[in-house]
Design a binder for this molecule. Structure first.
Ligand code: BGC
Length: 745
């Protein structure tokens, strides 16, 4: 018996099929201010839209659905999509911040909450999770990413997909996930947004693709292509990666959407004019064309006449193009069927979307914010006593707007409790605050913010006057908490920066405050890992707080005063100097490896004598002292199908509860190609009461040591060599204890 999709496909005209491939923004909705029908309204009336993204209310989505059904001869409904990157109305910490919690259960909960809020407003699909590995802090989209490590990112991809889709995507409060951006968007040249990526196929397979494999395995319904080229082929035309790897090798059977005008941009990539771009994209497996409408414009003619473009090396018959159109349309309809929309076009668009309770969201957001904060240094200053007289200074002391972070499209800065308010609520006493310095001190930054149409809170006084005011407040306090970092527009899409470090005035502010002789607690609010330079040395305590969402400052206050205990661990390496990026703990050794300080003829930089000031991946402190015992292995020589158990005792030797993330890395001393110096193979989070001791065990199997060899993408194979491997267990990627294990053939 034919299914619904087959029946529709049999009845649809070519024009109707092409209409399904059009993915448009909601924009102004159905009418303009002058009450004229918008382009969207016209397209809906003509049956030329498959889906709409960015509707801002249930009522407008419902009105569009009514219009779409009336405009479609066969009554085919739209699906609605939205960018729900780290929360919908309730904004959680930035993804890079949440990843620092290393708590995949928590991440799943935040995704589930966001899904419930979005679905209550009629969304069926969210353009999330963003699972691009990011190792270059210059790239502004580090903010949206799960960090630098493929294993951690893969676990997050699974957690996010589960949180969004649940066990059943059709259950109330769930939405379809869209993994993005496929692929290697984080590997773009010099960290410039939209630039191209040239990388070894082994790196693509071993670093950038695993989170996508994991998200697909978890059942993600949709994938979005990325703007960059990979090894000379723009991703919107990359048939070997989309049809070949994603669908062919990896078995993905969902929908692939373009990114915003990604099909059109193939022309700027110099692949050819619009008809060539359209055929290349459709052939590569891009099923829906977001915003650009090139499919809508070009496909009718292409499907009649075919294409013969020798200058672009492209020829395809009209029949082949009709087949490709069918293939794409079938995938759009299949997603609609999976979303239940072919049975009930108004699914999720009922009059009363059951939104989850905002209070529950705030509670979760506060917990998530506290867990995302990474304590980098503490000279016995923190936690602060609630009786301490606190001076709270710097540009984020009273800030709300920046706390939401980038890609918080449906968030509201009024929902943010600022740090001064959070401290007052927690301690019962308002801290003395001072502005310190403006967030935006350099003309180019100001210009940048103007590009985003943002009005910057600006104090016309000079830096010297502002610092003087901060000092006046600081002199009357027992302890100074100084907030520094970057504005929310400094990180995010199209916000790459040349030098990812703390702005110079922030360094000057910290140095001036240090002169008071009072303890200085530095809190960094940022969207990317910034090189902190001298600030890290000057600080008596240092917290990396990212942009923490609606409850970000409350999470920071909880950590500052010990209402929560710090458990965050870096999901990215913090550089010692901005010039050493891109970087990762997993760099490959060279023939002349760096030995902890610069020496002639060893890998390194003349003008960076010591990278020890880097904060390594996985690093973070707590308020307790956690001690590791000597790890042991169940066997030291194992057969290929053995399961080896590594056990290590961790003891909370301090007076407070501690949450410890026990990290297990491996290295492969003899391989066929260069391998990472070490790579994360597992981790476990344990919460230990004061004095508690626990055995943590990891199951290890030979498959965890497989690695790709790839003279070409098509010829790629995953191999494993018998012999010695090393295991490294500890609290971060640097401070580990090592064990040898030999795998037999
Ligand atoms: C971004 C995507 C986003 C899309 C739709 C693009 O500019 O790259 O991440 O989903 O816009 O808003």
């Amino acid at each position: 018996m034919k299914g619904k999709v087959d029946r529709l496909m049999a009845e649809m005209t070519l024009a109707e099929k092409i209409g399904q491939l059009n993915l448009l923004p909601a924009g102004e909705g159905l009418v303009t201010g002058a009450a004229q029908a918008t382009t969207l309204a016209q397209r809906l009336a003509a049956g030329q839209v498959g889906a709409v993204f960015g509707t801002k209310s249930l009522a407008s989505a419902r009105a569009m659905q009514e219009r779409a059904i009336a405009g479609s001869r066969l009554g085919i409904p739209l699906f609605f999509a939205e960018d729900v990157i780290h929360g919908h109305r309730t904004i959680f910490p930035l993804p890079v911040a949440l990843a620092c919690s290393w708590d995949v259960g928590l991440i799943e909960k935040t995704a589930a909450f966001a899904a419930a809020e979005a679905s209550a407003e009629g969304q069926h699909v969210v353009f999330s999770p963003m699972i691009d590995i990011a190792r270059d802090p210059r790239w502004g989209r580090v903010a949206e990413s799960p960090g630098e490590d493929p294993l951690l990112a893969s676990r997050i991809a699974v957690a996010m997909t589960r949180g969004l889709q649940g066990p059943d995507m059709l259950a109330p409060g769930r939405v379809a996930a869209c993994l993005k951006h496929f692929v290697a968007y984080g590997a773009t040249q010099s960290g410039r947004d939209y630039d191209n990526a040239s990388l070894a196929w082994e790196d693509l397979l071993g670093i950038y693709l695993p989170p996508f494999a994991a998200g697909c395995e978890a059942g993600a319904a949709c994938v979005m292509a990325s703007f960059n080229a990979v090894n000379k082929v723009p991703m919107h035309a990359h048939a070997p990666l989309i049809e070949g790897w994603l669908r062919g090798r990896n078995g993905f059977d969902g929908l692939v959407v373009s990114d915003y005008t990604g099909v059109k941009e193939l022309t700027a990539h110099r692949l050819g004019p619009a008809p060539v771009a359209v055929v290349r994209a459709l052939f590569a497996g891009i099923d829906m064309d977001m915003v650009g409408e090139d499919y809508l414009r070009e496909l009718p003619t292409l499907a009649e006449a075919g294409i013969d473009a020798p200058e672009a090396g492209l020829a395809l018959s009209s029949a082949a193009i009709r087949d490709l159109t069918d293939r794409a349309c079938r995938r759009v309809l299949t997603l609609k069927e999976r979303l239940g929309l072919l049975d009930d076009p108004f699914r999720g668009l009922g009059a009363t979307g059951a939104a989850p309770k905002r209070q529950a969201g705030r509670k979760l957001a506060r917990r998530a914010a506290a867990q995302s904060v990474v304590l980098l240094k503490n000279n016995a200053v923190l936690p602060l006593s609630s009786k301490a007289r606190v001076a709270l200074v710097g540009p984020f002391a009273r800030d709300r707007r920046n706390m939401l972070g980038t890609w918080s499209v449906s968030g509201n800065a009024d929902d943010v409790v600022s740090l001064d308010e959070a401290v007052a609520a927690l301690t019962g006493k308002a801290p003395r605050t001072a502005w310190g310095v403006n967030i935006v001190e350099e003309p180019w930054l100001e210009q940048r913010l103007n590009v985003h149409g943002v009005t910057v809170e600006h104090d016309a006084r000079s830096e010297a006057e502002l610092i003087e005011e901060a000092l006046a407040v600081a002199r009357q306090a027992d302890v100074i908490v100084v907030t520094v970092g970057e504005a929310k527009e400094h990180a995010g899409e199209s916000s790459s920066c040349l030098s990812p470090d703390l702005p110079a005035p922030h360094h000057r502010l910290i140095a001036a405050l240090k002169q008071t002789g009072k303890p200085v607690v530095v809190v960094v609010f940022a969207g990317r890992p910034l090189a902190l330079g001298g600030a890290a040395e000057v600080a008596d305590a240092l917290l990396y707080a990212w942009h923490g969402g609606v409850a970000g400052p409350e999470g920071v206050a909880d950590i500052l005063f010990g209402a929560a205990t710090p458990s965050g661990r870096l999901c990215v390496t913090l550089p010692a100097h901005p010039g050493e990026v891109p970087l990762s703990y997993a760099e490959e050794p060279t023939g002349r490896p760096y030995r902890g300080h610069f020496q002639k003829f060893l890998t390194g930089w003349l003008d960076l004598p010591d990278t020890a000031r880097r904060y390594p991946f996985g690093f973070g402190l707590g308020y307790s002292e956690v001690r590791y015992g000597t790890p042991s292995l169940s066997v030291t020589v194992a057969a290929a199908d053995d399961r080896v158990v590594l056990t290590v005792r961790v003891q909370n030797a301090g007076p407070r509860e501690a949450t410890e993330t026990v990290q297990l890395y491996a290295s492969d001393p003899v391989a066929r190609i260069t391998r990472p110096a070490r790579f994360l193979i597992d981790f476990q989070q344990v919460t230990l009461a004061a004095g508690e001791c626990r055995e943590v065990s990891f199951q290890i199997d030979a498959d965890q040591f497989r690695y790709p060899i790839a003279p070409s993408l098509e010829a790629a194979e995953w191999v494993r060599d018998p012999g010695l491997v090393q295991l490294h267990v500890g609290p971060n990627s640097r401070d580990t204890q090592s064990l040898d294990l030999t795998w037999l053939a």
